[in-house]
Design a protein around this ligand. Structure first.
Ligand SMILES: [Mg+2]
Ligand SMILES: [Zn+2]
Length: 238
């Protein structure tokens, strides 16, 4: 089986979904005031309270997310990989609301079997609440020094591997950020990593390529994303 694990921000969509909402909804000033005093997930939760207090509805936030750019070749690459029988999953430090909203808008939600991200729910006042994926107030914090406290993506890969049992699965991991380095180190020979070229994950891999066991295929454009991903899927399938 071929499993394609994808980051979301700056991988599936061209921008960062949190930053998109902050700038498009006019939150830049209050965001900058609070940035240094709060962890990212708490800060995004606080931004949602800010929008709610201004009377901005969930639908308006969803509408804003709809306008985030998703390259047509990335869209078709995901659809093709799904129809070729790959198991596609998301591992993202964004939040469930943003990811679900964007994927539904582009008719892609059904292509994914699992979305690992920070949970989001609407409370009884109609405010969107975002909570950490790994909640250090209720669970012992993960021990990974490479990852932010709320999410270790490498731990997610370990859990996915553990759930697969004996079946032989090859992984293709696609990402751009520093949070994608820990899961990249968890890949084995025979797996593939697709870092977005000139982004932090690519720089980090290039700084010491020997540490990465997976075969590295970088990409810049949506066209390259599609060509490389589908080539790898076909290679693994034969
Ligand atoms: Mg990213
Ligand atoms: Zn980690």
């Amino acid at each position: 089986m071929v499993m394609v694990l994808l980051d979301f921000d700056r991988t599936i969509i061209d921008d960062d979904s949190d930053s998109w909402v902050i700038s498009e909804m006019g939150l830049t000033e209050v965001f900058n005031e609070l940035r240094s005093s709060m962890p990212w997930t708490s800060l995004m939760n606080r931004m949602m309270e800010e929008l709610h207090s201004k009377g901005i509805s969930i639908n308006t936030i969803a509408h804003c997310l709809h306008s985030a750019f998703l390259h047509p070749n990335i869209l078709s690459a995901i659809q093709s990989a799904h129809s070729l029988g790959c198991d596609l999953r998301i591992i993202s430090d964004a939040n469930f609301f943003s990811i679900q909203t964007i994927l539904e808008h582009h008719n892609l939600l059904g292509c994914f079997s699992q979305i690992n991200t920070n949970p989001a729910f609407v409370d009884d006042k109609g405010c969107l609440c975002i909570t950490p994926f790994h909640d250090s107030t209720t669970l012992p914090p993960h021990a990974c020094h490479l990852c932010p406290p709320n999410m270790c993506k490498g731990l997610v890969i370990d859990q996915i591997r553990g759930s697969l049992g004996e079946s032989k699965t090859r992984f293709i991991y696609v990402g751009d950020g520093m949070g994608d380095y820990c899961p990249t180190l968890k890949l084995e020979g025979g797996d593939f990593v697709m870092p977005r070229k000139n982004y932090p994950l690519w720089n980090k891999i290039c700084s010491d390529p020997k540490l990465v066991h997976a075969e590295v295929h970088d990409w810049s454009s949506g066209e390259e994303f599609e060509n490389i991903l589908l080539n790898l899927v076909n290679k693994l399938a034969t």
